[in-house]
Design a protein around this ligand. Structure first.
Ligand code: PLP
Length: 388
């Protein structure tokens, strides 16, 4: 299916709603029946019909069909956050005594789940440096049920060879889950590479306007139906119809936004690489990146998230740089219209700052939809303030 067809037409049945071009928001909690037999059928299989909006809802279904098609997956579920999608995907595939192998430093709330929640149910996790496939092989035990991936990572862009890891997991009946928020299915397709479950934080590029928190979980019909009937219904964190409608709206411009953002990121990277206050730029599709070959093999493009190491002897210099930006906002998240930064040093107490450690001088920059010169100009003037 063409991407344009998925984004513009697929799953839209306009004759059912007055030929309106924009889809309706079916903002209802429940659906009525005229026959007891129909209600009975709905009770016996909630995945087959509209009964109650914690389960299926028509606006959400339209979104699900489009997102599954983008992922080249048979089916998907949309949650009220990426974190909920991660939690459901993992919970659905482990039981007491099981073991998980995860990449080092996955998304914060994936780590919290592995470190704090799952051990309460006797599910343990081993973290490995996922840049080397053999590390997964070494960490696998007879009780390993899940391999958890995030490629690229959203700070240092460490990448896993998705096809290779999927291959070794399949031989051992281990479920592979990959967080694909960085690339979106437009730029990387984990399921096509053999991964069982693809996850995205739809809060990022799918929404694209910094006004929705949501998450996508894609996989086989069998797996997704099983998760619907257990974790999805029980956790009860499915996306609400209005937010689903906002994501449908975001999808209309996903391709064009990503293209613009990728092109602007290239210009911003060229500026940063030439700036005397920048020690290093990390970006998976930059030729200087240590896993560039693998990135180029499994990713089409890389979008707008990058990290640079700023040259500074004191914490105050980094703080001055960040606080001097006039347009680029200092905020978490990414994938919206607006450029953002997060200084790594905000993640630990100021007194622990050590300038000799480049990791502590990292600044994550998300390049948004602004004119490239506008972003570069703002960074440039903030670098100048730093020298004062
Ligand atoms: C934001 C993010 C998540 C979590 O998604 P939410 O929608 O915030 O719950 C998961 N993984 C990555 C890589 C993210 O950037």
């Amino acid at each position: 299916m063409d991407t344009s067809f998925i984004l513009n037409e697929f799953a839209e049945e306009r004759e059912q709603y007055f030929n309106a071009v924009a889809p309706p928001i079916i903002q209802t909690s429940n659906f009525a029946f005229s026959k007891v037999n129909d209600m009975r059928a709905a009770f016996s299989n909630e995945y087959s019909t509209y009964l109650y909006s914690r389960g299926l809802n028509p606006t959400v279904d339209m979104l699900r069909k489009k997102l599954a098609a983008l992922d080249s997956a048979e089916d998907c579920l949309v949650f009220n956050s990426g974190a909920a999608a991660i939690f459901a995907a993992v919970l659905a595939n482990v039981k007491a005594g099981d073991h998980i192998v995860s990449v080092q430093k996955p998304y914060t709330w994936a780590q919290r789940m592995f470190n704090d929640i799952l051990p309460r149910f006797n599910v343990t996790t081993t973290y490995v440096d996922g840049r080397f496939t053999e590390n997964f092989e070494k960490a696998i035990r007879p009780e390993t049920r899940v391999i958890y991936l995030e490629s690229p990572n959203s700070w240092d862009y460490a990448i896993q060879d998705l096809a290779a890891v999927a291959g070794l997991a399949k031989q051992r009946d281990i479920i592979t889950i990959c967080d694909n928020s960085y690339c979106t299915p437009l730029y990387q397709q984990p399921i096509v590479l053999g991964i069982d479950l693809g996850i995205q934080s739809a809060t990022k590029y799918i929404s694209g306007h910094s006004d929705v928190v949501a998450g996508v979980l894609s996989g086989s019909s069998q797996m997704i139906e099983r998760i619907f009937n257990s974790e999805y219904m029980n956790i009860g964190s499915g996306i609400q119809p209005f937010n689903a409608w906002l994501l449908l709206r975001g999808l209309r411009t996903l391709g064009v936004r990503l293209e613009r953002i990728s092109a602007t990121a290239e210009k911003v990277i060229a500026f940063l690489k030439g700036h005397p206050r920048v020690e290093r730029v990390l970006f998976p599709l930059d030729q200087s990146f240590d896993q560039y070959a693998l990135a180029a093999k499994q990713m089409k493009k890389a979008g707008g998230l990058l990290t640079f190491v700023i040259k500074a002897d004191k914490l105050e210099e980094i703080e001055t740089f960040c606080e001097s930006l006039k347009h680029v906002l200092m905020a978490v998240s990414w994938g919206g219209y607006e450029s953002l930064i997060i200084p790594g040093c905000a993640g630990k107490p100021a007194e622990d700052f050590d300038a000799s450690d480049p990791a502590q001088r990292m600044i994550r920059l998300y390049v948004g939809l602004e004119e490239p010169e506008y972003i570069v100009g703002d960074l440039e003037q903030a670098f100048t303030k730093m020298q004062l």
